[in-house]
Design a protein around this ligand. Structure first.
Ligand code: ZN
Length: 91
């Protein structure tokens, strides 16, 4: 039994960054037009999947602030039936 023996200190792991991706700037931060408009269906369509789901940040490349605004705007647009809650894919 190993009691009262100090564990050997482990060397800190070297950072392995295999996929270095350039940060893409948030398109809403580029233009200062007072946030996201929920009536702008054409803009919101870019941030939903073809099944009607809201895309995650890793797919939209938005900043946290604008991702929040977009998801809220999409939900408002869905409520007034500008964009669908879900869409069926026909094959
Ligand atoms: Zn932004």
């Amino acid at each position: 039994m190993r009691r009262f023996t100090k564990k050997p200190k482990r060397e800190p792991k070297k950072e392995l960054r295999r996929f270095v991706r350039k940060p893409r700037p948030c398109p809403f931060c580029q233009v200062d037009d007072g946030g996201v408009d929920y009536k702008d269906e054409r803009v919101l369509r870019r941030y939903i999947s073809e099944r009607g789901k809201i895309l995650p940040r890793r797919a939209t490349h938005l900043c946290a602030k604008h991702q929040r605004q977009v998801s809220k705007a999409i939900k408002r647009a869905q409520h007034i039936a500008l964009i669908p809650f879900s869409a069926e894919i026909y094959h």
